[in-house]
Design a protein around this ligand. Structure first.
Ligand SMILES: [Zn+2]
Length: 294
């Protein structure tokens, strides 16, 4: 099951709650996801549990059962017809256009989250955090999209708004905001799951950064070794090794024969300290530099 499906399953497992919140959730679902034509209110979804939730909300609020069927494309289709359409739209304060989430619907603080919950069920999605951080709510209704953004803003969640294929999309890319979003819509288990994945990913990234750093050090050491060898070869060809003191000669030969060793490893082989090797290598480099000036 996709992460988005799991989130939806978790939401619908929650109890229906107070009447005000049931109405608010239905307003979110209808607003984001239902197609309204004269005498017909239709809610289509690919998820059975979401269709069932829509069915339940209507039954609980208006005490009748909408028609439900399966489309040829395998979608769940819940349909309200006749006078009930206007009855529902009036109750949800959606009988006039443009369809919006009116203040009467979110008058009680508790109902804000319910609107978002419904809108997410009606048109929302959230990516698996393993793949990336993205949550969104889509709707064909611009004004309603703005209303949802206003509600989210109240909870410190600031979605971006774009139009994709003629649909209004509110999306969130910031992982902390997605966590807040999941908590707001009551998907606490999936919020924890999201958080765990994020922590694992962060830890992996830190490890990668460290090995990148190690790789950079290896490259740096190889580069330094290369420069040292060039300097030594220059001394050998231009003035000969006879010009070197025994200590410098020892180091020069060792460096030439063992390009893979670090200076401290060379120090160990020669039985001298790292700082002593460094000091002698600087001398060799400066002799080579001096040769350049000749
Ligand atoms: Zn409420």
């Amino acid at each position: 099951m996709s992460f988005a499906s799991e989130v939806k399953y978790e939401i619908v497992k929650n109890e229906l709650g107070d009447i005000c919140c049931i109405r608010a959730e239905l307003a979110g679902m209808v607003g984001a996801g239902a197609v309204i034509t004269p005498g017909k209110l239709r809610f289509k979804t690919e998820k059975g549990v979401v269709a069932q939730r829509f069915f339940q909300l209507i039954k609980r609020l208006y005490n009748f059962e909408p028609e439900s069927a399966m489309t040829d494309g395998g979608l769940f289709d819940v349909v309200v017809t006749g006078d009930n359409v206007l009855k529902i739209l009036r109750d949800l304060k959606m009988a006039t256009t443009p369809i919006r989430i009116q203040n009467e619907i979110t008058r009680n603080e508790c109902c804000n989250a319910s609107v978002i919950k419904g809108a997410f069920l009606g048109g929302g999605s959230v990516s698996n955090p393993q793949k990336g951080y993205h949550a969104e709510i889509t709707t064909s209704r611009f004004a309603l999209s703005k209303d949802l953004a206003d509600i989210l803003n109240k909870y410190g969640i600031s979605p971006k708004q774009i139009i994709r294929n003629g649909t209004h999309v509110l999306y969130i890319k910031e992982s902390e905001q997605i966590e807040n979003f999941l908590a707001l819509i009551g998907a606490h288990n999936n919020m924890m799951e999201f958080l765990n994945v994020k922590i694992e990913k962060d830890m992996r990234n830190t490890t990668n950064r460290r090995s990148n750093c190690e790789a950079a050090n290896v490259i740096k050491a190889a580069q330094a070794g290369f420069e040292q060898r060039n300097a030594i070869i220059k001394i050998k060809t231009m003035v000969g090794f006879d010009s070197l003191s025994p200590e410098l000669l020892e180091l020069a030969v060792m460096r030439l024969n063992h390009s893979d060793l670090s200076l401290s490893e060379i120090g160990t082989r020669l039985g001298v300290s790292k700082s002593c090797v460094n000091h002698r290598m600087r001398k060799l480099l400066s002799i080579a530099n001096g040769l350049e000036d000749m």
